[in-house]
Design a protein around this ligand. Structure first.
Ligand SMILES: *[C@@H]1O[C@H](CO)[C@@H](O)[C@H](O)[C@H]1NC(C)=O
Ligand SMILES: *[C@@H]1O[C@H](CO)[C@@H](O)[C@H](O)[C@H]1NC(C)=O
Ligand SMILES: *[C@@H]1O[C@H](CO)[C@@H](O)[C@H](O)[C@H]1NC(C)=O
Ligand SMILES: *[C@@H]1O[C@H](CO)[C@@H](O)[C@H](O)[C@H]1NC(C)=O
Length: 452
């Protein structure tokens, strides 16, 4: 696809915009009481823009709607086809810029679903004015002025120009939406030629690349912090925007087979990134798109991969995505929580310390050695180390925790909270308790340090 055209030049050269210039702004127009009102009790306004101002005409849609539906069903066609044209470097490549409505941006998920409404009406049709043509590609060629969704720029990695992307929230369901619209188009039209002609295979490869990279957990098996392929930060007063831990969000277990998603379908951030509904959708449409790949390129290995990956996601959903609820029994979790704790008291780890249960409690034993996100990834929190000593009789564990107190797991020159009096007192109490409870261990682990 061609580079982003200069905004002003492009607007002047596209006659479509000159027509639009005389048309009412739909966000204003839709709030007026436009005649003719409906004959029934409610006297509903007529919400469709004047004929000349509609952004796309479809006889298939006109033939389908009743008066009642006319205000709603054709709305995306009437108002949201902001631009339609061809790729700058290939006159055969049809492109459409379909906005959400009140926001002048095209979202992968929204546009796929906007077109999904017309799915029963599309059929194979190569003409420029067909409903099918609207399924055939998103552009940078539109010349629409680049804009962003917020006052201040977001801080994210990898960087992408706001001249191309309106907002860089990574949502797994957006990638699934691309596979959805591909499947819908192919199943309705059988038009394998279109899917083979342009960059569809490359797009699928890019989707596989990023989703496979996001199978990764926060920590490697040895406890070091993994590099993540995506981080995102925003300055905002809303809790649903920023991702904690410098744009990485709460720790996520690796090796589950679930793909991480930093955001939900609402664009709110996830709390636990192994987001089940998007994994379900991604699995379903990757599998259906594998049938296109089978037909398209004769690339069996890629098609098989697209078929097998969803099977492993489904197994992961069954394994990690179903939780037991005391009222409803087994339910699908929205974002299954990791085993997680916090670092202070009362943490789960400290339950025996404050006398709720005994260290022999089997459920308690299953959540020992679980970290919390507060101190930053890879940082041991000294009170958690102290509580582990309090609640353990295992000399090796005690010695290891004595070494770790308050410092970075892999770098002893980094520690947190230089002056933290509660922790200092607690540590003293812990040493006295150890001396009393396990005198041999205390002697071997501590006394040399104390005396020496
Ligand atoms: C739709 O049809 C009307 C009436 O023929 C015309 O004025 C208008 O320009 C058409 N819109 C598009 C986007 O082709
Ligand atoms: C994704 O692509 C990048 C760059 O081409 C490559 O370095 C990386 O290994 C790929 N990752 C996967 C999971 O295929
Ligand atoms: C821990 O494992 C990761 C991934 O396997 C590796 O890259 C890293 O070097 C290891 N770190 C240490 C400190 O052993
Ligand atoms: C099939 O797809 C894979 C993955 O994209 C690629 O590495 C391979 O070269 C392709 N093979 C053929 C024959 O196109």
């Amino acid at each position: 696809m061609a580079k982003f055209l200069s905004c002003v030049a492009a607007v002047l050269s596209v006659s479509f915009f000159q027509v639009e210039a005389q048309c009412p702004d739909y966000s204003q127009y839709s709030q007026q009481l436009n005649p003719p009102l409906s004959a029934g009790e409610y006297k509903l306004a007529y919400q469709r823009p004047p004929l000349a101002c509609r952004t796309f005409n479809s006889s298939a849609v006109e033939d389908t709607i009743t008066r009642f539906q006319s205000n709603i069903f054709p709305n995306a066609l009437d108002t949201a086809v902001k631009w339609k044209g061809f790729a700058a470097d290939n006159a055969a490549e049809e492109l459409t810029f379909l906005i959400t409505g009140d926001i002048n941006a095209m979202w992968l998920r929204d546009s796929a679903n906007q077109m999904q409404s017309y799915l029963p009406l599309i059929k194979a049709d190569s003409s420029y004015n067909s409903l099918a043509s609207l399924y055939r590609g998103p552009p940078t060629e539109s010349g629409l002025c680049p804009s962003q969704n917020q006052a201040q720029s977001d801080n994210f990695m990898p960087p992408i120009s706001t001249g191309i992307a309106f907002e860089c929230k990574y949502e797994l369901d957006s990638l699934a939406a691309f596979l959805e619209i591909s499947t819908n188009y192919y199943e309705a039209t059988g038009d394998i030629d279109f899917l083979n002609k342009f960059n569809w295979i490359q797009a699928v490869n890019a989707i596989l690349n990023i989703t496979e990279a996001l199978l990764i957990g926060t920590y490697a098996a040895n406890g070091s912090v993994n590099a993540v392929p995506y981080t995102w930060q925003r300055q905002t007063s809303s809790a649903t925007g920023p991702l904690d831990n410098s744009g990485r969000e709460n720790p996520v277990q690796g090796g589950t087979g679930l793909v991480r998603s930093a955001f939900r379908l609402s664009d709110d951030s996830t709390i636990y990134q192994l987001f089940i509904p998007a994994n379900m959708m991604f699995s379903r449409y990757l599998d259906s798109a594998s049938k296109i790949m089978q037909t398209i390129s004769g690339n069996r290995s890629l098609a098989n991969h697209m078929h097998n990956f969803p099977q492993s996601i489904n197994t992961a959903i069954d394994t990690y995505g179903i939780i037991q609820n005391p009222v409803y029994g087994n339910i699908y979790a929205f974002e299954p929580a990791n085993r997680m704790d916090d670092a202070n008291i009362p943490s789960l780890l400290s339950a025996p310390f404050f006398g709720y249960l005994d260290t022999t409690d089997a459920v308690y034993q299953n959540i020992r050695n679980v970290g919390g996100p507060h101190a930053g990834l890879g940082q041991a929190w000294r009170m958690a180390s102290i509580i582990r000593i309090f609640t353990s009789s295992d000399e090796a564990e005690i010695k290891a925790q004595l070494k770790e107190i308050g410092i970075n797991s892999f770098d002893q020159t980094k520690w947190s909270r230089q002056w933290f009096s509660w922790a200092n007192g607690l540590f003293g109490q812990c040493i006295l308790d150890l001396k009393d409870r396990l005198p041999g261990c205390w002697r071997r682990a501590i006394s040399r340090a104390l005396v020496g």
